[in-house]
Each structure stands twice: as C-alpha cells, then as structure tokens.
Ligand binder design. Structure first.
Ligand code: LMR
Length: 330
C-alpha cells in the first residue's frame, strides 16, 4: 500500500504528466471507493482499455479502487489539488461544493431508470457538470455514470411502513437531505464513509444502510444485514469529474481521444449498471441470509407522504428550477 501511495502522490500535477511519448504515456490517475468487481470498478477498467486503444498507448489510466488511495472524506480535495486527475463519486458527495447535487437524494424524484437517463442527457445535468462553482475549484464534470435505485437494509426488523423505522440508526453517505429523509421516518443516521460501512454494520455502530443491489452485494453487506426492503426510494448515480488544469494541458488530439473513450465507456457503463444490479439482486437472494421484502403501492404511497417534509425543508436549497426540471423530464 505504501508503494502505491508514494507512486500516486509523487507525480502530483507536474507538467511531465501531460507530455505524451511512446515510452512515457500520459497517466490519468483515477481514484474511487468501490471494489474492482463493482459497476464503477468494471467501468473504470473498460475506460482504461479504451483510452489505451484510442490513443495507441500515448495515454493510460491508473486506477486506485476501494478507497486505497483516497476515501469519501478526501477524494474530492485530492481532485481539486490535482493529486488525482479523475474521480467518479456518488453525486451526493459533491454537496461539499454545491448543495444542489443532493437532488439525487430527494425521495421518489425519479420514476424509473429511463427518467434518470433523460436527466443525465439534459441541459440541467450539463449545467451542474459545468457549473461555475466547480470551475472555480479547478474541476469539471464530463459525464454521468449510473448505479441505480437504493434500497434499505437493516438488522433490527422487517421495514414495511414508515413507523417501522422508529429508533433504527442508518449509515448515510453525506449531506443534510439524507439526514432529513431518515428523520422523516423517525430513524437516526450517521454519515460514515463507504470504506468504513461494512465494519460499522458488523459492529453495530449503525443498524442499517441504503444502497444499490450492486453496492450491497460487492461489499457483502448480506453477511451483516438481515432484512432488505425493495424501496427504490432514491438513486445513487455518479458524476465523472476531472481536474481542469490537468485536462486543459493534455495535447488536444489526445484529449479528444480520451473524451471519446469516456463517451463510449459511459454507454457501456449504463448497460453494466443494469446487468450487474440484476445479477447482484440474485446473489443477495441466493445468499439466503437476507429476508427480501416488497412494498405494495399503498405502502409506497405511505413512504411518499412521510417524505413530504424533506421537500418542504430542501426544495429551495436544491432549487425549484432543478426539481421541477427533473420532474418535467419524466
Ligand atoms: C456509498 O457511499 O454508498 C456510495 O457512494 C459508494 C459508491 O461510490 O458507489
């Protein structure tokens, strides 16, 4: 691990990293928090392969998965300072710079996967990726990568209706919207980094968490959770962000090829998100360790009503423009 850290940190954002030659390719350092077999881990590998093919080896991608280099607390800072050149965090973690990214946590905002895809391709999404606040921090967003809908898991009891959440403590990714979501159900929450969540569940620091099938499965939460409610109450998707000075310094022809590789990887990533989440649901069910609960339409409506307070509290912060704009894309 030390060797990886030294190798990764010593390059920094020196000019040499953007000089391309056959023997010394441009190295794009890409840090992320999920495992290599997760949706994001597999998509990162595909991106690396496409970059090498399209640039004929003049650029490559060094991938640092599983929070081995930077975790939730510091990967954004590492991107801003140029210690890594690319990250793909769950967008809610961008709340550090811009609270509007918490749109993704507004309960039941997205009707289905198609709705999320329409948003990814919309001008609204582009305006978030290219916002002034990100530019002022030397970063810019290039693409949206998908993961999928989140589901609740916990160890205490089957969660079928809002009242069942009373007194249960959940791990949350980041930000006040998720805190408010859990409060609306009478539950507690604690922000815990992704890399520490398995241990927090195992040790009982928290009783539950919310995540996509694929994150649950690839982190093996089924080993430390007893119940999973198929709630689809919120989404977990990624923004692919790059360090702007690094990006701008790349020779134009190579940058174009890398961007083309990212575009193609994005299409592959969306398909991967669908396939891997479906396979992960089967894995979770087949583990025999988790009781899987479905919600009727009436039960879903009860959650929707309970979450109205989240909209009252955060509608202005996330902005009506963004929330109404997303609803209009349905
Ligand atoms: C989480 O913290 O649960 C996720 O954001 C992890 C990830 O990157 O998918």
């Amino acid at each position: 691990l030390l060797a990886i850290l030294v190798a990764a940190c010593s390059g920094g954002d020196k000019d040499t990293t953007t000089e391309a030659s056959k023997d010394k390719p441009i190295i794009i350092k890409f840090s992320h928090v999920t495992s290599i077999d997760s949706v994001k881990g597999k998509a990162a590998e595909q991106f690396k392969k496409l970059v090498e093919e399209k640039t004929d080896g003049k650029a490559t991608v060094e991938i640092y998965p599983s929070s081995q280099l930077y975790g939730d607390a510091d990967e954004l800072d590492a991107l801003v300072s140029g210690n890594v050149h690319m990250i793909a965090p769950s967008v809610t973690k961008m709340v550090k710079l811009d609270p509007r990214w918490q749109y993704v946590d507004m309960p039941f905002l997205f009707a289905d996967r198609d709705h999320a895809h329409k948003f990814f391709q919309s001008d609204l999404a582009k305006s978030l990726l290219n916002s002034e606040i990100l530019g002022n921090n030397d970063i810019m967003g290039l693409e949206f990568w998908e993961n999928g809908f989140k589901h609740f898991t916990n160890n205490k009891q089957p969660l079928q209706k809002p009242e069942d959440f009373k007194g249960i403590k959940f791990r949350a990714q980041a930000g006040k919207v998720l805190e408010s979501q859990f409060n609306a159900l009478g539950a507690g929450s604690a922000t815990i980094s992704f890399g520490e969540t398995y241990a927090a569940l195992q040790q009982g620091t928290v009783d539950g968490q919310e995540n996509t099938f694929n994150n649950i499965d690839t982190q093996k939460y089924q080993e430390v959770q007893k119940y999973m409610t198929l709630s689809e109450h919120g989404r977990l998707d990624y923004g692919v962000f790059v360090n702007k000075p690094f990006w701008d310094k790349m020779p134009e022809d190579i940058r174009k090829q890398v961007e083309e590789a990212l575009r193609e990887s994005t299409e592959l990533e969306w398909q991967l998100a669908f396939d891997e989440n479906a396979a992960s649901l089967e894995n979770i069910k087949n583990s025999g360790k988790v009781e899987v609960l479905e919600l009727t339409d009436a039960e879903r409506d009860a959650f929707s009503a309970a979450f109205e307070s989240v909209y009252e509290e955060f509608g202005e912060t996330i902005t009506p423009e963004l929330l109404d704009g997303i609803r209009d894309l349905k």
